[in-house]
Design a protein around this ligand. Sequence first.
Ligand code: MN
Length: 289
Amino acid sequence: MRLDQKYSGNVFILSSDDYAASKAVIYGMPMDFTVSFRPGSRFGPGRIREASVGLEEYSPYLDRSLEELAYFDAGDLLLPFGNPARSLDIIAEYVRGVLADGKFPFGLGGEHLVTWPVLQEVYKKYPDLAIIHIDAHADLRESYEGEPLSHSTPIRKAANLIGGSNVYQFGIRSGSREEWAYARENINFYPFEVAEPLRQALPRLAGRPVYVTIDIDVLDPSAAPGTGTAEAGGITSKELLEAVHLIARSDANVIGADVVEVAPIYDPTEQTPIVASKLVREMLLGFVK
Ligand SMILES: [Mn+2]
């Protein structure tokens, strides 16, 4: 597998053509094969990139510009439609290479199951791994309708792998009674709110390698209607950006990140990919040192 191969011409603004010299690698994971409600997130990565042309390269929050950071955008990985298991293998293989090259993996989903192979690879490299998961949904099911490879299972799989005490969840406002009971008992669970509990939890992650996974549906549907499983009662885009900045300014060592579940077809105003593209800019500038 060639890690420096571009699969499409549509890239995030100011991304470098030089894979070798890049500190971070953006890759799209255009998979939405296991969703229980509305599909369409396979088109998320491409639309986030298109929306990125509307961004300033400078972040006034972080006083840092995209021009100061070398990152490569590989485009979307070629995933076989209808075959989640093989798709996850391809994602794992790609991320394994990116990590072996010492680069920061930055994924764009896709449904949330795409985070699972990434977490497995990241954990192999960082056995002391912790996860910050920001989402409306707990994603803590063991299986969904009998299927363990489901978009509602990745964080449960991660908790089983790295231990629930290393999983930090924020903004959750949906899930089964079993998921909530599991969350309360087994992981660091901060439902409904994001920025305030994050502020309190971050000191405990000082010095730890941390992977940050953000489901765009943590936002209120009024801010981000373009997602498969929109959930009323969400946070504002301002609070989500604040959360990214809190993590960026903390002593946690962010070693990888993703933004998932943007499904552009449900948002004719395109505000969802527009919000997501700014989120990606702030995450790149804040997390990749
Ligand atoms: Mn979600």
